[in-house]
Design a protein around this ligand. Sequence first.
Ligand code: DC
Length: 221
Amino acid sequence: MKKTIVAIDGPAAAGKSTIAKRVAKKLGFTYVDTGAMYRAYTYYVLQHGIDPKDEKACVAVIPQVDIELKPNDIVLCNGEDVTKQIRANDVSRNVSFIASYKDIRLALVEAQRKLANNVSCVMDGRDIGTYVLPNADVKIYQVASVEARAERRYLENKDKGIPCTIEELKKDIDTRDYIDSNRDFAPLRKAEDAIYLDTSNMSIDEVVDKVLAIIEEKAGK
Ligand code: DC
């Protein structure tokens, strides 16, 4: 297959990373989890006692935050492995504030575009098809009902030993969707040329097969 860029966007906890990871593995593409970058930045801010709602203070530390995505989903922040820490509830609750700051987005988007240079990749996020890689060969907008998303995230967290309740998760997901969709710069929305995929009643394997079929059809062999 020629160099192919696949963009998967959609609201919080819609299963994008699970699907993106599996699709990338099947096709031998690089997987880029852009949400992990916003999470790592949020982790840095919280660790340094900066108020995530204080845009000026959060933006001021841009030169001090170096985020790297490594193979096997490893995320480094200034060389420290923060892969696990960035999934914690306090990071999830604050990441939408960080992701709404234009200067932080510009810095991370630049890094994301570099990661997509010269390789076939599957990149997931909120603004990949609309802003980061508008010329992506394939664009998917993956959604699921709030109930399905909270249920999935609950099982994931349980697996990882992260305590939570479904009600709490629903509230967090709703809040995050609201902030992500209503920010001024590069908000969450479906690109006009993205394929809308509602996965509420689909298994992981079904979604993977569907996405692979879409890629095959759009990008060819
Ligand atoms: O996909 P995720 O839950 O790990 O993303 C974490 C947050 O980062 C999410 O609330 C929105 C933000 N985000 C973003 O604004 N743009 C992206 N490309 C990826 C994530």
